[in-house]
Design a protein around this ligand. Sequence first.
Ligand code: ATP
Ligand code: MG
Length: 309
Amino acid sequence: MPDHDHQEMKLATIIKKARKLSRRHCISDAKKFRLKDVDANDTGSFTSEDKPRAKEALQIGVEALAQLQDMLYAQDRWALLLIFQAMDAAGKDGAIKHVMSGVNPQGCQVASFKAPSAEELDHDYLWRCQKHLPERGRIGIFNRSYYEEVLVVRVHPNILQSQKIAPKLIGDDIWQKRYRDIGSFERYLSNNGVMIRKFFLHVSRKEQKRRFLERLENPEKHWKFSATDAKERSYWNDYMEAYEDLIRNTATEKAPWYVVPADNKWYTRAVVAAAVIDALASLDLHYPKVTEEKLKELAAAKKALLAEK
Ligand code: ATP
Ligand code: MG
């Protein structure tokens, strides 16, 4: 079999496996979604003995992803936006780092959204995110996003008061309105060729405690710990309710949510990589076709190079 065909077959097999793994965690029936039904410690068909096998699969997945991303870039028609949301220490940074480790940095851009600056508060909340949307041919990653507007802002209503929004615009239906606006925005993006995939890395409260303690005990991890993170922990149930409600209201076919079990980092990373592969594979990517004219041009260039003394 020619090498090229062999490669294509290998990619097709990887895509099939990626689809199966990721779709288990994709929310397809939003109205029925309950966070309680998701086990943060779930590792699918892998047991902890399979950890090396899962890591190997991730490595193969990362290579396949790089191949797909190269086509996305060459074709220059679609963009992919990946949104990551999670409680602290759920492993957002690590997942982003590992899954994107093989892709060409030129085809990928990461934006992190923290508490808004004074300038950002002078605008509507989508403004700062819009500035970081991926261009055609690229993968954009949001480390936190406009979803904070229905998460941290909902859990701490005093934040809403400091957002400079006129009081008459703040009614009881504000969260429903935000869900609708976010839905419209995502539909608009999808109609313009920006494919969206959203990930909630679901860590358990117990595992978060373990990871916080590890950060406190290991001097090399001290920088990762902040007292605010520990404070947010006491609002755990409020956050879980907010997550459940937002997923029920914003998971759509075009912009689905993946609720990824996050107590085992190796499994989280495998699922995220699989979902990204599945998304890119559904775009039917191909390298741009070379025209007859271009082929002639290439042949002439080759001839000229060979004729050089
Ligand atoms: P890490 O802690 O791993 O470095 P992080 O994403 O938690 O990464 P932080 O520096 O802790 O980064 O900042 C994020 C904080 O900003 C979170 O507590 C988040 O809830 C908050 N934040 C993000 N967007 C908003 C917003 N629109 N309004 C208020 N707070 C926000
Ligand atoms: Mg933090």
